[in-house]
Design a binder for this molecule. Structure first.
Ligand code: LUZ
Ligand code: MOS
Length: 758
């Protein structure tokens, strides 16, 4: 059987015609109401008084809902129950929802919001993780991973360096803002169309807040206009609010945040303030590494403890370090609860060890890549969390990148350019990555698929996979088309719906195609086995000799007259089930949180990026000349889609490291609250040349069809952008006192070029 690997993302056809359906495109019932959220205008305080009377009196306002209208629990926290849907007595962040205004039109609801009077008594505001730590304000107890004995190892080091780093948050900026549409069904049942990565999370939380059983709540998702982690947990409150209004009013309610509301009310990637201590031998081996990560969790736990955990898992990136002691603390502040964002704490951890390496290289007087290269992971090395590294591609991808792209020549070009130019300088940096694939919370690694073959031979597939632009639906179709050997046009991926596939994990952790794809594969294989039995009776041959090829049944590789469609008809007449439900749970993985040891990841994804940048030393601006990547796809099942994931993730990673600057003032108000003050990479700021070459690997049995997970790992290639710029600054200002404070905006480049001298 041959898989068509060069396939395009099939969603692109309806995208370019403007026909793809999002929440805002749902056909509305007559009389649908529209809702707007009233949120806190202070980051921390006691609510003294709220006067809704003027808003309620506005013509067209139906009703305003607050915590008093919640029939079940006023609680939406997932990992920790510490987050109310609506504020009760106090507010904990600027943008915290207080009430929902429901009106005949969105315009009226918005106008009513401006008529609400609120009086808040100010309480002290914490905006940084360091302040939170100083005040003992934490989400939960800190966690540590350790390997060997770092304290002892430091006594044997020839070099020891310590320092601090900061990496800022990042706004998800999905094109489709958060939103949901709730409809009343019979008997108090509610159907919700939601822009969520986690339909079950929405269903469970709606049931909890309304105090009803989960079976009364149906959640349906066609696709998202982007998620990036921002809709793993934080799509839930808006769906719950719409459902609450529907519950009371017995009418459909639409709630879609506009961009300003979305930016202000939702959490982002976690900013981290960290300290490190790195110890090396004369031959540049990292003998010991310690780090303390202070995670700015915001005002509620959300997914922060899980994000923090992943920071520890990736604290040593793709290096083997024999003695490690790393600790992370989730610090409670008065920012909107920060949440999942592509990489999920991994990038923040990797930035710190790359900073430590850059610092060590600068002080010792070698190129950072000498240290990177001397410490790359090998087969059978141990990660600090106990997993033994297998099928390691760290050195393979590194060496391939060096030779395929002729690193010596690239470095020589940079050197020559720098000796011939005084007001422009080039910098080059290598960035190896190693990212663990699986939800770090082992029980979440499962999925189901429900596959129907209809009596005309067409196929419908339901899974938990949420299509958010990553092309997972196309991958599911490829899997079924390959197993059944029928054209992709005969396969439809149904919406993601909690009544067809229940109790699901969110589409996250780069694992959606692996988990749901494996379940789909199992269901399709079971159907094929059943159909072979029917064919063997019909053709009077052994089922072992039967294969399916291009919609025709073959016996011992010889074509028969029996077609796929006829076989399905025959199976129907024989009363054979043409539906299969399969369950997949990743084998082999386990983790013991009491020991912080185990085998949490199905496998790891590797790769290396070479980034070259030119810095304008008059203006502090920069342009990326090229990013040249060798990436470990395993055996990519959809080359175009996977390349798109690498390119998109790279741009997003570069944005985080260089230009995307989240700013809150000391009162906790978001200053970067519009696209005029928050810049993401556009066509003018992405690298002029991006090359991605697959490293030759065999893939992994636990990856779907040996095609490795691709969603998150390549984001971390973007970290190379920071260090490429830093190397260019060093070429201009050799006395530059290295700072590790991302993003590297042009302002910071200028300070590096002309200030910060030792
Ligand atoms: N979400 C989650 C994730 O709940 N657990 C994870 O381990 C994870 N990893 C990456 C992205 N999202
Ligand atoms: Mo995610 S950061 O929702 O995989």
């Amino acid at each position: 059987k041959s898989l068509k690997r060069s396939i395009k993302n099939l969603d692109s056809y309806t995208h370019v015609r403007g026909e793809s359906l999002y929440v805002d495109d749902v056909n509305m019932r007559q009389g649908t109401f529209h809702a707007v959220v009233f949120d806190s205008p202070k980051a921390h305080g006691k609510i003294k008084h709220i006067d809704y009377s003027k808003a309620e009196a506005l013509e067209g306002v139906i009703r305003i809902f607050s915590y008093k209208d919640i029939p079940g629990q006023n609680e939406i926290g997932g990992i920790i129950a510490d987050e109310p849907l609506f504020a009760e007595k106090d507010v904990h962040f600027w943008g915290m929802p207080i009430a929902l205004i429901v009106a005949k039109t969105e315009f009226i609801a918005r106008k009513a919001r401006g008529l609400i009077d609120i009086e808040i008594e100010d309480l002290p505001v914490i905006t940084t993780a360091k302040e939170a730590k100083a005040k003992g304000s934490f989400i939960n107890a800190p966690r540590s991973f350790s390997l060997g004995d770092s304290e002892k190892a430091f006594t044997n080091c020839d070099y020891i360096f310590e320092g601090e780093t900061f990496s800022n948050g990042q706004e998800h900026l999905y094109i489709e803002a958060q939103g949901a549409y709730a409809e009343p069904m019979e008997n108090g049942n509610i159907k919700i169309t939601s822009s969520t990565q986690g339909p079950t999370a929405v269903q469970k939380t709606v049931a909890r807040v309304l105090g009803v059983a989960m079976h009364k709540i149906e959640v349906d998702v066609t696709r998202l206009g982007g998620g990036f982690g921002g809709k793993e947990d934080q799509a839930t409150p808006w769906a719950v609010m719409a459902a609450l209004a529907t519950y009371h009013l017995n009418q459909s309610v639409k709630l879609i945040l506009n961009r300003h509301d979305d930016l202000r009310m939702t959490g982002k990637r976690h900013p981290y303030e960290s300290t490190y201590k790195i110890g090396l031998s004369k031959d540049l081996k990292i003998l010991a590494y310690e780090a303390e990560f202070l995670q700015n969790a915001g005002a509620a736990a959300d997914l922060s403890p899980a994000v923090a955990e992943r920071t520890l898992f990736h604290a040593t990136n793709s290096y083997y370090v024999p003695n490690v002691e790393v600790t992370v603390a989730s610090c409670r502040t008065n920012l909107p609860p920060n949440t999942a964002f592509r990489g999920f704490g991994g990038p923040q951890g990797m930035f710190v060890i790359e900073s430590a390496i850059a610092k060590a290289a600068h002080e010792i007087g070698v190129h950072p890549r000498a240290i990177q290269e001397a410490n790359l992971l090998d087969e059978n090395d141990t990660f600090s969390y106990g997993q033994i590294a297998k099928k390691v591609e760290a050195k393979n991808s590194w060496n391939s990148a060096k030779s395929i792209y002729d690193l010596d020549a690239l470095e020589q070009e940079v050197k020559d350019f720098n000796s011939n130019n005084s007001s422009f300088k080039k910098g080059i940096a290598l960035m190896p990555i190693c990212f663990g694939i699986s939800f770090t919370n082992t029980p979440m690694n499962h999925a189901r698929a429900l596959v129907h073959i209809y009596l005309d031979g067409s196929v419908g597939i339901s899974t938990a996979a949420v299509e958010m632009g990553q092309g997972v639906n196309t991958k599911m179709m490829q899997i079924a088309a390959n197993v059944f050997s029928i054209p992709i046009e005969k396969i439809k991926i149904e919406t993601t719906n909690t009544t067809r596939v229940a109790n699901t994990s969110p589409s996250a952790a780069s694992s959606t195609a692996d988990l749901n794809g494996k379940a789909t594969l199992m269901a399709c294989n079971a159907l094929v086995e059943r159909l072979k039995l029917v064919a063997s009776e019909d053709l009077n041959v052994s089922e072992k000799d039967i294969t399916f090829k291009n919609e025709v049944i073959y016996v011992n590789d010889k074509k028969t007259d029996l077609t796929w469609t006829e076989l399905i008809s025959k199976a129907m007449l024989k009363r054979v089930a043409l539906t299969e439900n399969a369950h997949y749970a990743t084998p082999e993985i386990h983790f013991d949180k009491t020991k912080e040891k185990g085998h949490p990841f199905a496998y790891h994804v590797y790769g290396t990026a070479i980034t070259t940048v030119t810095v304008d030393c008059t203006r502090g601006t920069y342009e990326f000349d090229s990013v040249k990547i060798v990436h470990d796809y395993g055996k990519s099942m959809s080359e175009g889609i996977d390349l798109g994931q690498v390119e998109g993730a790279l741009a997003q990673g570069i944005g985080w490291m260089t230009m995307e600057e989240i700013a809150y003032n000391e009162d906790g108000r978001l200053l970067s609250n519009a696209l005029s003050t928050y810049k993401i990479p556009d066509i003018f700021s992405v690298p002029k040349d991006v090359e991605v070459i697959p490293v030759e690997t065999q893939g992994h049995e636990l990856a779907i069809l040996k095609s490795k997970a691709v969603g998150e790992p390549p984001l971390m290639y973007g970290i190379g952008a920071y260090f490429a710029i830093q190397n260019a600054i060093k070429a201009f200002n050799p006395n530059y006192d290295l700072k590790f404070h991302a993003p590297m905006t042009p302002e910071k480049v200028l300070m590096g070029l002309y200030g910060n001298k030792k």
